[in-house]
Design a protein around this ligand. Structure first.
Ligand code: AGP
Length: 622
């Protein structure tokens, strides 16, 4: 989704900003723009619909200036047009603003500004911000309310006055032509991080954009403003009082985010799963005691044993991992556990038991709906912990405690290795919790050993993935693909459908296989592809009955089954074997062919694999 990068220092800003934009590309966007303060006291702005490379191509060879802001836009208000690209300028072109987030009261604010004579050049909500700042910067009369008289000519006061009138979410970077070398920033619900260099300072919406330059960072908090210059950062509260801040150090070993020999990040990340899984397990299994230890939770057996129930919150792929995790917690700990879509949970005024435990599951740690759910649980006195990949992300910090899943950088919009590590982290928790209850040392040890061996199972499958191309041929021309599975495999079915939809743009429907006859069966006609996930996990026979029901209607069956299960394989048109695993671990192996199917189908259809249309890597709007 939208990305921000800004720079002030002794170096020429242009190329640094373009490089920064490239590092934000993986988040998904549709246009990009840049503003540089020229030494002559003007703002040089360039914008382009499409990729950052297209913007770079359009830029003049030199845009002199050592301070600037830049943005990748993912359209919310207004179409994908050059006019709607950020940065946006005030009428006199002295102030430039880039913005991540959404201004909810754009309508009434715009109406008042228009009534004052302001002419808007775009359809965006962001343009309201820049005109509002200009309004106060010029010390003009208030928009129907009182204005602080000292706002004129003071960027911080003008910014504060403008922000006080906004409703919604923002991560903002602002430059003024008459304040050379200074970038102003503000955060409310959309992340911003300041990077402290030697005599130069950066600002970004994503720490990943800062790592080539510095690892010393200051995370801005909601409701904060910042003034950034070559010597560092000064932070303020919205009421104007200056605030202290802490300097954090970004992790050294975040991992390799280059493509290497792979043609796409998605394929690279699929193949990284065995190693990512090993990282997630590392130091967390206590095989001899048949348990796991998740230090970041800081919950001892006496606290764990008192938990009445567990709720797992997430969106998209993370939600599918929650479904698997909830099933495993119920199985092993015999307490109620449920998974819920974060955007639903946060807005339905949920009943929160302060004794219970909530998990917020997120790769990026920035998903607005999940972060909103965290805040809602906290407001109601609940205890929520993160299951997060990106260290220091908003969700990780809002939760304070939790489990890092250690997937390393996931660049493809379609999440793959984060899914397997979320599932693994939740299985580790289920094991630890289970051992405080009925789970015996022997049963615990069996699962701990299975988890320890999981990376080699994944590696074995990826070395021999089976007839994926046959499956691709069955789905690429289809009107619709139905995915079926039971128990944890129902969650894998949902994940497989999501992957194929987002990467290949093929309509998919996922159902728990028992539900199929209650409706989706009406979709089947001769040749309809149905993907059935039926590992040998105790539920298989019932799933195979549903498979038969599909076959009876002429459906083409793509079966994911446990190797050696010849009886099951014989029922399929395309049979893809995965290695035998502990039943609770089957999602880790059954999801792999579905990831490869989505990748290969996307490739066959000429899709933009790593940046599918309309999607964003971190969804920072609600
Ligand atoms: C997964 O392939 C999707 N791109 C998407 O559903 C994603 O999982 C979802 O937006 C949640 O993201 P998060 O894990 O960063 O919170």
């Amino acid at each position: 989704m939208c990305g921000i990068i800004a720079y002030t220092g002794p170096r020429q800003a242009l190329n640094l900003l373009v490089d920064g934009l490239h590092r934000l590309e993986y988040r998904g966007y549709d246009s990009a723009g840049i503003a540089v303060q020229s030494p002559k006291g003007q703002l040089h702005v360039e914008k382009q619909v499409g990729r950052v490379t297209e913007l770079a191509r359009k830029l003049p060879a030199k845009v002199p200036g050592t301070c600037g802001i830049a943005h990748t836009r993912w359209a919310t208000h207004g179409g994908v047009t050059t006019e709607n690209c950020h940065p946006h300028l005030d009428a006199l072109e002295r102030i430039a603003v880039v913005h991540n987030g959404i201004i909810e009261n754009m309508g009434p604010l715009k109406a008042r500004l228009v009534a004052e004579g302001v002419r808007f050049r775009s359809e965006t909500d962001t343009e309201v911000i820049v005109h509002l700042i200009a309004h106060f910067y010029d010390g003009m009369g208030a928009l129907g309310d009182s204005v602080s008289p000292d706002a004129a000519g003071d960027p911080v006061v003008a910014l504060r006055s403008a922000l006080a009138r906004l409703r919604g979410t923002w991560g903002l970077a602002v430059i003024f032509a008459d304040h050379p070398g200074v970038v102003f920033a503000a955060r409310n619900g959309s992340p911003l991080v300041v990077g402290l260099g030697e005599g130069e300072t950066f600002l970004a919406s994503d720490p990943h954009a800062l790592t080539p330059h510095t690892r010393r960072v200051v995370f801005l908090h909601d409701g904060e403003l910042a003034r950034i210059d070559t010597s560092g950062v000064q932070t303020y509260r919205l009421d104007g009082a200056s605030k202290s801040h802490t300097v954090d150090t970004l992790e050294q070993e975040w991992g390799d985010s280059s493509l290497g020999e792979f043609p796409h990040y998605m394929l690279k990340e699929i193949h990284e799963q065995p190693e990512a899984l090993r990282q997630c397990l590392s130091g967390r299994l206590v095989v001899e005691e048949g348990t796991a230890r998740l230090g970041g939770l800081d919950l001892g057996p006496r606290e764990l044993v008192r938990l009445p129930h567990v709720t797992l919150l997430g969106c998209g792929t993370a939600f599918h991992a929650c479904l698997v995790g909830a099933g495993a917690i119920e199985q092993l700990a015999r307490i109620p556990a449920r998974a819920e879509i974060a955007s639903e949970h946060r807005l339905r005024n949920p009943v929160i038991d302060p004794e219970a435990l909530f998990f917020a599951v997120s790769q990026s740690g920035e998903t607005a709906d999940t972060l909103g759910a965290v805040k809602e649980v906290q407001v109601k006195g609940g205890q929520v912990m993160g299951v997060v990949n990106v260290v220091g992300s908003s969700i990780a910090r809002a939760c304070g405690r939790g489990v890092y899943i250690h997937s390393g950088p996931e660049m493809a919009v379609a999440s793959t290795k984060a899914f397997s590590n979320m599932v693994t982290a939740l299985l580790l928790f289920a094991l630890q919790l289970g051992r405080t209850r009925a789970l015996s040392p022997l049963q615990g040890r069996e699962l701990a050993v299975a988890l320890q061996d999981a990376p080699s199972l994944l590696r074995a499958y990826l070395a021999q993935p089976g007839p994926i191309e046959d499956a691709v041929r069955a789905v690429i021309g289809a009107k619709m693909v139905l995915f079926l599975g039971r128990g944890a495999s129902a969650a894998v079915a949902a994940e497989g459908a999501l992957k194929l939809m987002e990467v290949a743009y093929i309509p998919c429907v996922a159902y728990p296989s028992g539900e199929m006859k209650h409706g989706p069966i009406a979709l089947l006609e001769p040749g309809s592809p149905v993907v059935v996930i039926a590992p040998d996990d105790g539920l298989k026979d019932k799933t195979l009955s549903n498979l038969q029901e599909c076959r009876a209607r002429g459906a083409r069956i793509i079966l994911i089954y446990t190797e050696g299960d010849h009886e099951a394989a014989a029922l399929a048109d395309v049979a893809i074997a995965v290695p035998r695993s502990h039943p609770l671990l089957s999602p880790l192996v059954t999801v792999l062919p579905l990831q490869l199917l989505a990748y290969r189908a996307g490739l066959a259809l000429g899709r933009d694999i790593d940046r599918p249309r309309n999607l964003a890597k971190s969804v920072t709007v609600e």
